[in-house]
Design a protein around this ligand. Structure first.
Ligand SMILES: Nc1nc2c(c(=O)[nH]1)N[C@H]1C(S)=C(S)[C@@H](COP(=O)(O)O)O[C@H]1N2
Ligand SMILES: [Mo]
Length: 516
């Protein structure tokens, strides 16, 4: 009786293939992320997702054990897990390539999922994890074929004429060197702005800043109800931009030119900006594309220079401030709004105690409370031309409204959409906003019944959102809760339903839930 023994790749080589395939994926992802957007690195995204999803106990353990090094330690932990999975993928494929390929593919999907679910996701962020997954799959498949051929007969010539063993050695070396070079290159590409950002963060920590009062207690119900926290962390802050490549600037190289219909042209360096009075302002930013119930709204403590003061020095005579970012994006802001007494527009350099994150406009962006971002919040801003409204900016050319004032709106966070809650006393909670007018009241109605006042959280100011909550009595069954807000001037939020195009959605939000 004859028996054919299947050829197996030696264990060490098989494990090495798994590691090299995953290294190639990580390296390629890092390189593309370095070129396009540092935040789209699939490795970092997986690491951040691990941190986001990790049980609180693990995060607390890391914090108390490693202090401020908790993040690098969690990332290193992610790397170790990745390494073990990679070894497993290689070992699973000693005979045929499929099992390992499935594991490498699953890692690729995890990378894509982690990038997509990052709060700062924009579609171009997809490029890096997709390239990473493709690189991993291709390298695994290729190395597997070469290794299997070499295992069959190491000395036999390959298609290229060299002994198969030599081809295997060459291929693994090439992949290893390539992965390291790509990964290292990717890290280096983002280095300039990363170093510059760290320097700005340090300068801000030492700078004299006119601070606002600390955020008072009772501004949100995050601790009790798990609802939206008053301040949004930089990682969680919504993000909108159209840049194919996130501009990676250095503060040292930055200049802002203010020109056009002005008495005196100004050209400011970053040092010029830092030499001016720095103020802190807590602002809720909103995107005009935020649907009813959407999450394109966040709040941060910005630090920067008063934009109106800078502008008055230039002596503006045109109705529009046409601002341009280094990526070519443009916005048009009404001059009178920026100059309005108490409006508080900023050339912002800091966000929640750090320099602006690269994705949020490092080193300098505009922030104008009360205007949607598309007409005011230019990131990576380097040019402001005072002009008329004849010149049209990026989103105006695409059919959006010219003025862009924020509309009074609210959102229901609790109960969760189509959530199930025990019948009886049910907590309804959410957010309302109407920058810069503020919120003076929120009412809720269950199943079309009377409107009842919700309890408002402590108020910070007109430029920020305000949290609200209410308790309602409901019988078992399906219910609809509806909410409406009143702004600081006493005007009730409109019930007219409007689409986000051209100047912001309106309508009273409703939510259906089931009491059991
Ligand atoms: N350079 C640049 N700045 C930009 C944009 C952009 O696409 N490019 N988008 C604007 C829009 S539409 C909004 S809502 C805000 C979002 O700012 P954020 O990404 O920091 O949340 O930035 C504004 N500034
Ligand atoms: Mo926006």
């Amino acid at each position: 009786m004859t028996r054919t023994v299947a050829v197996a790749i030696p264990r060490g080589v098989a494990a090495g293939n798994g590691v090299l395939a995953v290294a190639a994926a990580v390296g390629a992802g890092q390189l593309v992320a370095g070129l396009l957007a540092p935040g789209s690195s699939p490795f970092l995204a997986v690491g951040n997702a691990v941190i986001r999803l990790a049980p609180q106990a693990v995060v607390d353990f890391a914090k108390t054990t490693f202090g401020t090094a908790d993040k690098p330690v969690l990332l290193a932990g992610t790397a170790v897990i990745l390494l073990l999975v990679a070894v497993g993928a290689g070992l699973a494929s000693r005979y045929v390539w499929t099992p390992g390929q499935v594991v490498v593919g699953a890692l690729g999907v995890a990378g894509i999922a982690a990038v997509c679910t990052a709060p700062t996701f924009t579609p171009t962020d997809l490029v890096a994890p997709v390239v990473a997954a493709a690189a991993g799959l291709w390298v695994f498949r290729t190395l597997h074929r070469i290794a299997l051929e070499a295992a069959e007969d190491p000395e036999a010539p390959s298609t290229r004429g060299l002994p198969r063993r030599t081809v295997l050695l060459g291929a693994t070396t090439a992949v290893g060197v390539g992965a390291l070079a790509a990964g290292g290159g990717g890290v280096l590409l983002g280095r300039g702005s990363i170093d510059s950002r760290a320097a700005v963060t340090a300068r801000l920590a030492a700078a004299t800043i006119t601070r606002e009062a600390p955020v008072p207690a009772g501004v949100d119900f995050a601790a009790e109800l798990g609802t939206t926290p008053f301040l949004t962390s930089n990682d969680e802050f919504y993000r909108i931009d159209v840049a194919l490549r996130v501009p990676q600037l250095r503060a040292e190289d930055w200049r802002l030119r203010i020109h056009g219909m002005v008495d005196r042209e100004l050209s400011l360096s970053f040092d010029d900006l830092m030499a001016r009075p720095l103020v802190e302002r807590t602002v809720t930013m909103t995107c005009v594309s935020n649907e009813i119930g959407g999450d394109l709204i966040s709040t941060a403590r910005f630090v920067g220079v008063d934009l109106a003061a800078v502008l008055r020095e230039a002596g503006p005579h045109g109705e529009q401030l046409f601002s341009t970012s280094t990526d070519g994006w443009t916005a048009g802001t009404p001059t009178d709004v920026v100059l309005e007494q108490g409006r508080g527009a900023l050339l912002a350099v800091g966000m929640n105690g750090e320099a602006l994150p690269v994705e949020h406009g490092f080193p300098v962006r505009m922030v104008v409370p009360g205007l949607y971002g598309y007409v005011s919040a230019t990131k990576w801003v380097t040019d402001i031309e005072v002009t008329t409204f004849d010149r049209t900016s990026y989103w105006i050319d695409r059919g959006w409204g010219v003025l862009g004032p924020v509309k009074t709106e609210c959102r229901i966070d609790l109960p969760r959409s189509f959530g199930r809650v025990p019948a009886g006393r049910v907590t309804v909670a959410g957010i309302a906003w109407s920058q810069p007018r503020g919120i003076s009241g929120v009412e809720i109605s269950v199943d079309g019944g009377n409107w009842a006042a919700a309890q408002l959280a402590a108020e910070v100011g007109g430029d920020t959102w305000r949290m609200w909550r209410a308790v309602v009595e409901v019988a078992p069954g399906s219910h609809t809760v509806r909410v409406r807000a009143t702004d600081g001037t006493g005007a009730l939020q409109t019930d007219q339903i409007a689409d986000v195009v051209p100047d912001g959605a309106t309508g009273w939000p409703a939510r259906v839930f089931t009491a059991t």
